[in-house]
Design a protein around this ligand. Structure first.
Ligand code: UDX
Length: 464
């Protein structure tokens, strides 16, 4: 009998955006006949995510907005990502009981690693829980290794002595994560290594999430096996069953909004691969100083640029218009276009885009490579340094923006990075590699591809 999967979305745009492609992919297998996407009220109603799930437009996918008694808040710091209330657990149980009474019981609960608490709901209902990780396998391996790193002294969950290597500038290579040839300690997100560096008890939450990752039946990862074979082997090695099922962009591109006429006309007026696209994703912030250096560096490069500056782009709060002299905007009139948001996939697909200066969020990384666009990597936080290493060292599809030890960059750094990516030898190589990558990446989730076979295996195994 074809089954009903209940997909519990995590908070944040990346998590919510990841639900629909997964739902469609599951429905394309013989195992699943209908999917319910569960979104908790706080995640659903924040301004960033609002509307993203309202138009599901698929007859076999339903949306349930579940009350959570959490205050509405648009910020997504780690501690808020983990915020849970007893109401979330109770309301999810009630929903699953209702499905049972309606003769469409949930066959499995699929939820994000950061919604690890759903394991107790799955246990209570006697159904398997599957994790869905919307980022890289390497970052998932890093997170489930937090308890192990803690036992070795590299992570400290309480106030007190600093963890090993906390202040040393010398690079420490970890060899304690099975399956990975080496792993720089600096890539373990700092906010997850020491309780004192965050406001909430985030380290403990990740320790619990890491334990529950082992209790889950398996994990679906929005990556492809050929991108990170070591990490997939590493996960299997520590007793986790990973299914690489991505990237699922073919399932979301048809729903992408088209480019608005201003952007389209502007892009159409530029030569192939001549424009640098610049965006720091949905929630990364720059300091005001960095935003100014970025804008001036782009101008200094003399290359055409399309810069996304969100309303909440800076840490301090002022917008670009308040930070730069008025004549900046008349100076760059012919050279640059600055917008508050743009449909990124449609933009990356335009022939004029020659490179992407990116914070290396996983979705941005996959979208850029799917479109064959090389990356100028400027990781900011979370697992972005891991993605940067994959982009630059493992795949050779990008170069890294030079930064100071504190992670900031100057106008000069931006100018050099953009020029190298667009017209330098290193950029030329990265562009060629990115084009090759695009072909292989698009094949993975299609029939006959590795991610497609992996999805079919998951779908049949979960019903056994
Ligand atoms: C967060 C985390 O910060 C990151 O580390 C993790 O890998 C994913 O979640 P986020 O800022 O959401 O990152 O970045 P990303 O994963 O790249 O997703 C941003 C999404 O917003 C992309 O799908 C992109 O297409 C979209 N976007 C962004 C737009 O459509 N238009 C824009 O102008 C900017």
């Amino acid at each position: 009998m074809a089954a009903h999967a209940v997909l519990v979305s995590g908070p944040g745009l990346g998590h919510i955006n990841g639900c629909m492609p997964l739902a469609k992919s599951l429905l394309s297998t013989p195992s699943f006949s209908h999917i319910t996407i569960v979104c908790f009220a706080r995640s659903y109603h924040t301004h960033l995510t609002k509307g993203h799930l309202s138009n599901l437009s698929h007859p076999s996918v339903r949306l349930e907005i579940v009350p959570d008694e959490l205050p509405l808040d648009t910020t997504t710091s780690y501690s808020q990502l983990f915020a849970t209330t007893p109401a979330m657990h109770d309301n999810l149980v009630l929903l699953l009981k209702r499905f049972h009474e309606e003769h469409r019981p949930a066959t499995c609960l699929i939820s994000d690693m950061i919604m690890a608490w759903t394991q107790s709901v799955a246990d209570e209902m006697g159904i398997p829980r599957v994790e869905y990780w919307t980022a890289s396998a390497t970052s998932y391996l890093c997170l489930v290794s937090i308890p192990h790193l803690m036992s070795k002294g590299f992570v400290c969950s309480h106030k007190g002595p600093e963890p090993l290597g906390w202040k040393t500038e010398k690079k420490i290579e970890l060899d304690c994560i099975p399956g990975l040839p080496r792993f720089p300690l600096e890539e373990v997100p700092r906010e997850l290594r020491y309780a004192e560096s965050t406001k909430g008890p985030v380290v403990e939450k990740f320790v619990i999430a890491a334990h529950n990752a082992h209790r889950a039946t398996c994990v679906l990862i929005h990556s492809a096996f050929h991108l990170e074979p070591h990490a997939f082997h590493g996960l299997s090695h520590i007793g986790i069953t990973p299914y690489p099922i991505g990237p699922l962009l073919h399932q979301s591109l048809d729903a992408t909004s088209p480019l608005d006429p201003t952007i389209l006309t502007w892009l159409d007026s530029h030569a192939t691969s001549s424009v640098i696209y610049v965006s720091f994703g949905s929630n990364s912030k720059l300091s005001e100083q960095e935003l100014v250096e970025l804008a001036l560096g782009l101008e200094a490069s003399r290359h055409p640029f399309l810069l996304v500056v969100r309303e909440d782009a800076t840490i301090e709060g002022r917008h670009l218009k308040e930070l730069l002299p008025l004549d900046y905007f008349s100076r760059i009139d012919q050279q640059g276009l600055i917008v508050p948001w743009a449909p990124q996939c449609a933009l990356l697909a335009h022939h004029a885009i020659g490179g992407f200066l990116s914070h290396c969020g996983w979705n941005s990384t996959m979208e850029s490579l799917w479109m064959g666009v090389p990356i100028l990597a400027c990781p900011r936080a979370a697992e972005q340094p891991i993605n940067c290493r994959l982009i630059v060292e493992d795949w050779g599809v990008g170069i890294e923006l030079q930064t100071t030890q504190e992670g900031t960059f100057s106008k000069h750094d931006v100018n050099v990075g953009v020029t190298t990516l667009l017209v330098g030898e290193a950029g030329h190589l990265a562009r060629r590699k990115a084009k090759e990558f695009s072909k292989k990446l698009r094949e993975a989730p299609m029939e006959g591809g590795h991610s497609h076979s992996s999805l079919l295996n998951f779908a049949s195994n979960i019903l056994k």
